[in-house]
Design a binder for this molecule. Structure first.
Ligand SMILES: Cc1cc2nc3c(=O)[nH]c(=O)nc-3n(C[C@H](O)[C@H](O)[C@H](O)COP(=O)(O)OP(=O)(O)OC[C@H]3O[C@@H](n4cnc5c(N)ncnc54)[C@H](O)[C@@H]3O)c2cc1C
Length: 527
């Protein structure tokens, strides 16, 4: 009870239990709160429920509760007094003072039949004072049936009961203004006067007594009672029951909802008689199932959206932290890079950069320079492809990690690790491949550094420079405009010693996210 459920179902009749079973079978945590007064409780049996014909109402619900328990759903015998909606779902208060919480609420509280004030009538309700020919008609076929006229349903009701017996009497009672023609044509008698009481003997209805004292012998009495939806406790949420009309007359109320049971309050659903006064037991059960399935569908969608958000969140947070750090300490000095590496066990994935794999896969392995090698993902991959590699970075922490990883992967002897600042370091030899990925240095220093790297390429060798494209304004990108450059800008600094220069901006999917970013890619071959 203290925990938060996926769904709390208010009302454990056919609609509520059926919705709860659908939800529990979908592995939702479900609590049913039920005050134990289903509408048909006075009736001996449930009819027109396929394959459960004549099951007593209490037995049907007890079977439903057992099914629900089998799937892990819970039922508590209580009355819900109020429901409050917060940012994070619903708080449901019970009459005993307890509270529980849920992401969604399914209200299946049914309705109240507002019985006419006739002495002895309420006591016989559901037994031989009847409302529905489908629920009880067969059981009183060929018997003497009376119809109490209290509203616009009189003629319709009388004709329905006439289908089941030749002996129907309509009592004008409080609503004598109806079309008599169809009744008389079908052999239905009409009795004037107000009904005062129901007569019974040996717990059987025997007659209808008028105020005049006349008793008309009857074995059953049909009553069309107005139906009041049980939804007063939803008023603070802004749920206003609406009238249900028949032939232009109001015959009851319902909580407005769409076909699946979705109300005007997001997350609050209804099913059964509370929204559909005509729903039989099997129809209410079906509506509960529909609402339960729709609620599960809504939760599935919500969880998927949340998963997408979470999946992107760590990256965004990382970027946010990086930007904040960048604003505080410029990230291009040795100290701040060192600090970044030390602040976590592993900064990069260890995978080689996509553009390196694309460009170097077709090259004959020789001697490569990885400028700004970080933890050595690219250098190690090159070594695994057969290259001898000089890997340079000014973070000794990153270099040590690269060295350890290379040893682990059996390529230690192929890589020379150099802890040095690329702004100062002058290579002692030329390289068949000089590669630099995402070297975060400001524009002035970058020009000098790239010129030095270009100079380090041996005749016939390749220069590969990859960076962040300045046009990449993707929300997840760090805002460091001075660190971003186009391949064309780098190309302009190259002299005539190059046989080919290709400047490109390539889209790349960021691993583990649905983000697509743009890489600046310069590939130049020396004559
Ligand atoms: C006398 C009679 C006989 C009937 N016979 C038949 C029949 O043979 N066949 C048939 O198909 N239909 C029959 N019906 C219609 C049948 O009763 C309804 O179709 C059915 O009950 C609707 O189911 P429901 O789940 O919507 O509501 P209900 O069965 O009325 O269940 C609502 C539940 O919600 C609970 N509740 C209400 N408010 C709260 C609250 N605030 N907190 C917690 N719990 C609450 C109630 O206690 C109740 O248990 C009959 C109706 C009557 C009046």
């Amino acid at each position: 009870m203290d925990e938060k459920y996926d769904v709390v179902v208010v009302g454990g009749g056919a609609a509520g239990l059926s919705g709860a079973v659908a939800l529990a079978r979908s592995r939702r945590s479900v609590l049913v709160v039920d005050s134990g007064e289903p509408r048909n409780a006075p009736a001996g049996h449930v009819h027109n429920y396929l394959a459960r014909e004549s099951t007593p109402p209490a037995e049907l619900l007890s079977l439903g509760r057992a099914e629900l328990a089998g799937y892990g759903g819970e039922v508590v015998a209580q009355t819900v007094t109020s429901i409050a909606k917060g940012d994070n779902g619903f708080e449901i208060s019970l009459a005993d003072g307890r509270r529980t919480h849920a992401r969604r609420v399914l209200v299946a509280t049914g309705l109240v039949d507002e019985l006419p004030e006739v002495a002895g009538l309420a006591a016989r309700w559901g037994r031989d004072v009847l409302h529905c020919p489908y629920c009880h008609g067969w059981e009183v076929r060929d018997r003497a049936i009376g119809v109490l006229s209290t509203g616009p349903m009189t003629v319709h009701q009388a004709l329905m009961w006439r289908q089941l017996t030749d002996d129907v009497v309509v009592f004008r009672h409080t609503h004598g203004d109806f079309d008599e023609a169809p009744l008389l044509a079908r052999g239905i008698r009409i009795v004037d006067g107000v009904v005062a009481a129901i007569e019974a003997e040996d717990d059987q209805l025997t007659g209808v007594r008028l105020e005049s004292g006349t008793v008309v012998a009857r074995e059953a009495l049909a009553v069309a009672a107005p139906a009041k939806t049980r939804a007063d406790f939803l008023a603070p949420l802004g749920i206003e029951p609406e009238p249900v009309e028949f032939n232009g007359f109001v015959i009851g109320t319902r909580v407005p909802a769409d076909a699946a049971g979705r109300t005007s309050v997001p997350g609050l659903w209804v099913a059964g008689n509370v929204t559909d006064m005509r729903a039989q037991v099997v129809v209410s059960a079906a509506a509960g199932l529909m609402a339960g399935a729709a609620i599960n569908g809504e939760l599935v969608e919500e969880e998927a959206a949340e998963a997408v958000r979470r999946r992107e969140m760590p990256f965004s947070h990382e970027v946010e932290r990086e930007v904040a750090r960048a604003n505080e300490h410029p990230p291009f000095d040795r100290g701040s890079w060192e600090e970044r590496y030390r602040s976590q066990d592993e900064m990069w994935s260890g995978r080689p950069n996509d553009q390196l794999v694309t460009e170097a896969s077709g090259l004959e392995p020789g001697h490569a320079l990885d400028a700004g090698c970080g933890e050595g993902g690219d250098a190690i991959w090159l070594a695994q492809q057969g290259w001898r590699v000089t890997a340079v970075d000014f973070s000794t922490t990153a270099i040590e990690r690269g060295r350890a990883q290379a040893a682990k992967l059996g390529v230690a002897e192929r890589i020379a690790w150099v802890a040095a600042d690329l702004g100062e370091w002058v290579p002692e030899s030329k390289f068949d491949l000089v590669t630099s990925h995402f070297l975060h240095v400001p524009s002035a220093a970058r020009t000098v550094a790239f010129a030095r790297l270009a100079d380090a390429v041996a005749p016939g060798g390749t220069l590969l420079v990859v960076g962040h494209d300045p046009a990449d304004t993707h929300a997840g990108r760090p805002h460091m405009p001075d660190m971003m450059f186009t391949a064309e800008e780098v190309a302009e600094t190259l002299d005539q010693s190059w046989a080919s220069v290709a400047a490109d901006a390539r889209e790349r999917a960021v691993v583990g996210t649905e983000m697509v970013v743009r890489d600046t890619v310069l590939v130049a071959r020396k004559r």
